[in-house]
Design a protein around this ligand. Structure first.
Ligand code: FA5
Ligand code: MG
Length: 426
C-alpha cells in the first residue's frame, strides 16, 4: 500500500503526492481534496466492502468452482494491486490508442499532475506494462480519479479492477474444439481481412466470436458469483479506443439499469506494441464501488470513504468469501437532514465547464455535498448569454447540518464562483 498522505507541498512550485514532489505547471489541477484521498488504501482495509468485492472477483477468476463449466481453465490470474496512481500521459492515453484530441484528455475531465503526468483515470493505464511482463491473465486493481459529476453513483475518486486474458491458438482450441482446424488471424490480402462491427481487421470472425463468447460468459458468471443467479444483466454495445468490439455490462439495481463495467476484444495494435505475438484476447474494467453498492445495498458512493466505524464494522470479509454466502445488507446508520440551495448565474462568454463548478463545490463543501444537479439552463434571446441554475444538496453522514453552516458553505461557493470562474451571479 501507499504511504499515508503527505504533508503539504514543500514549495509552491511542486505538488507532493504519495511522498513524491512533482513540478507544477499550468496543467496542474489536482485539488487538495483529491490529494487527501491519495494513499487511503481502501482496498487494503480489512473488511472494507471494496476489498471484499475485489477478493470475491479474484476468488471467482482463480478458483475452479464445482458445478460450473468454465470455458477456459485453469484460470491463473496474476494480481497487480500496488501500482502508483500517478502515471504518465503516455500510459493513461497514448498506450491505449486514445486519439490526441479525445475529450477524455482535457483537463476538464482528468486530474493533471503536470503536463506529462496524470492521476490515472482508469486501470487500463497499466495494460501495456503488465502485458510486457508476459502475463496471459492478469487482474489490476487500484484507485482511479476523474473530474466528474456529483451524485450517488459518481465520485471523483473511485476504484477499478481490470482483467486481461490472452489466448494463443492452442489455448483457444483446447477449450473450443471448433477452432482447432481454423486460423485465428487473417492474412492481409485475404478477402476476409478487414474490420467489421464484430471483429478487428486481422482477426478471423470465428476467433473473435469465441473470444467474445468467453468474455461474456466470464462476466455473466462473475455477476452470478457476486449477486446470485437472480441478478438481471444486459449487454450494451459500446466504444473504447483500446478494444473492438466493445460492450458495457449493466445490472438491474433499484429498478434502474446501472452500468458496472466496460470491456471488449483488445486492439491487436496494443498487443503488438507490448511485444505480444500470435495471441489475441479480451479485457474488462469494472467499477468496484458500483458492484459493492449493488451487492450490499450501499445507497451513496461517499460512504466508502467514511471513517465512521459504524460503516466498515457492518461487513465481514471471512463471511463474504464463504461459498454461497449471502451478502449482508448495509443498514444505514441514520439519515441526517438534507438541505438544498440553488444558485443561478450568467456564464462568462467562454471557458466555463460544468465540471469546474462541481469541483469548486467539492473543494468547499467536501463530503457534506450529496448531489449537484443542473435544474435550469437557457440562452437570453437578446444578449445571447447563457444562464444556468444548479441545485446543491447538502447532507452529512454524521450529523444534522445547521442552517447557518449550510449558508456559510453556500455563500463561500457563490463568492468563489464569481471570483474564480468569472460568472455573474444572479
Ligand atoms: C473505462 O474506464 C475503461 N477503461 C473500461 C475498459 C477496460 C474497457 C478494458 C475495455 C477494456 P468507463 O469509463 O466506462 O470505462 O468506466 C468503467 C467503470 O468504472 C464504469 O462502468 C463504472 O462502473 C465505473 N465508473 C466510471 N466513472 C465512475 C465514477 N465517477 N464514480 C464511480 N464509478 C465510476
Ligand atoms: Mg462507461
Amino acid at each position: 500500500s501507499h504511504p499515508a498522505n503527505p504533508s503539504p507541498s514543500p514549495s509552491p512550485d511542486h505538488i507532493t503526492l504519495l511522498g513524491t514532489a512533482y513540478p507544477r505547471d499550468r496543467w496542474t489541477n489536482v485539488s487538495p481534496s483529491i490529494q487527501a484521498k491519495l494513499g487511503r488504501g481502501l482496498l487494503t482495509v480489512p473488511n472494507h466492502p471494496l476489498r471484499i468485492i475485489k477478493l470475491r472477483i479474484e476468488q471467482y477468476l482463480n478458483e475452479t468452482r464445482p458445478g460450473t463449466d468454465p470455458l477456459l481453465a485453469p484460470r491463473a490470474f496474476a494480481i497487480v494491486d500496488s501500482l502508483s496512481p500517478v502515471v504518465t500521459v503516455q500510459q493513461n492515453f497514448d498506450s491505449l490508442l486514445v486519439p490526441a484530441d479525445h475529450v477524455s484528455r482535457q483537463p476538464r475531465d482528468t486530474y493533471y499532475v503536470n503536463q506529462n503526468q496524470v492521476l490515472r483515470c482508469h486501470t487500463s493505464a497499466h495494460q501495456v506494462q503488465t502485458l510486457r511482463e508476459g502475463h496471459d491473465a492478469v487482474l489490476i486493481a487500484g484507485d482511479v480519479f476523474r473530474r466528474d459529476e456529483i451524485d450517488a453513483s459518481h465520485y471523483p475518486a473511485f476504484h477499478q479492477m481490470e482483467g486481461i486474458r490472452l489466448f494463443s491458438h492452442d489455448t483457444l482450441a483446447k477449450y473450443n474444439p471448433e477452432i482447432a482446424g481454423s486460423p485465428i488471424f487473417e492474412q492481409a490480402g485475404s478477402p476476409t481481412y478487414g474490420e467489421t462491427a464484430a471483429k478487428q481487421k486481422s482477426h478471423t470472425a470465428l476467433a473473435a466470436a469465441v473470444v467474445e463468447r468467453d468474455l461474456k460468459a466470464t462476466l455473466d458468471g462473475l455477476a452470478r458469483h457476486l449477486f446470485g443467479s437472480e441478478i438481471q444483466v444486459r449487454w450494451v454495445d459500446a466504444y473504447f479506443p483500446f478494444t473492438h468490439p466493445s460492450w458495457e455490462m449493466e445490472v438491474l439495481f433499484h429498478g434502474k439499469w446501472l452500468e458496472v463495467l466496460g470491456c471488449g476484444v483488445v486492439q491487436q495494435q496494443i498487443l503488438s506494441n507490448a511485444g505480444v505475438e500470435n495471441k489475441l484476447g479480451w479485457a474488462f474494467g469494472l467499477g468496484l464501488e458500483r458492484l459493492a453498492m449493488v451487492l450490499f445495498g450501499i445507497p451513496d458512493i461517499r460512504l466508502f470513504w467514511s471513517t465512521d466505524s459504524r460503516f466498515v464494522s457492518q461487513f465481514s470479509e471471512a463471511a463474504a468469501l464463504n461459498p454461497g454466502a449471502n451478502a449482508v445488507k448495509f443498514q444505514e446508520f441514520s439519515r441526517f437532514l438534507s438541505r438544498s440551495k440553488d444558485t443561478t448565474f450568467w456564464l462568462p462568454s467562454s471557458g466555463f465547464e460544468d465540471n469546474d463548478f462541481f469541483e469548486l463545490v467539492r473543494s468547499i463543501a467536501s463530503d457534506l455535498v450529496e448531489n449537484v444537479q443542473m435544474i435550469d439552463s437557457f440562452v437570453h434571446p437578446k444578449t445571447g448569454r447563457t444562464s444556468k441554475c444548479f441545485r446543491v444538496t447538502y447532507r452529512s453522514y454524521e450529523r444534522d447540518l445547521s442552517h447557518e453552516e449550510v449558508n456559510l458553505l453556500h455563500n463561500e461557493i457563490r463568492n468563489r464562483l464569481a471570483a474564480d470562474l468569472k460568472v455573474e451571479l444572479r
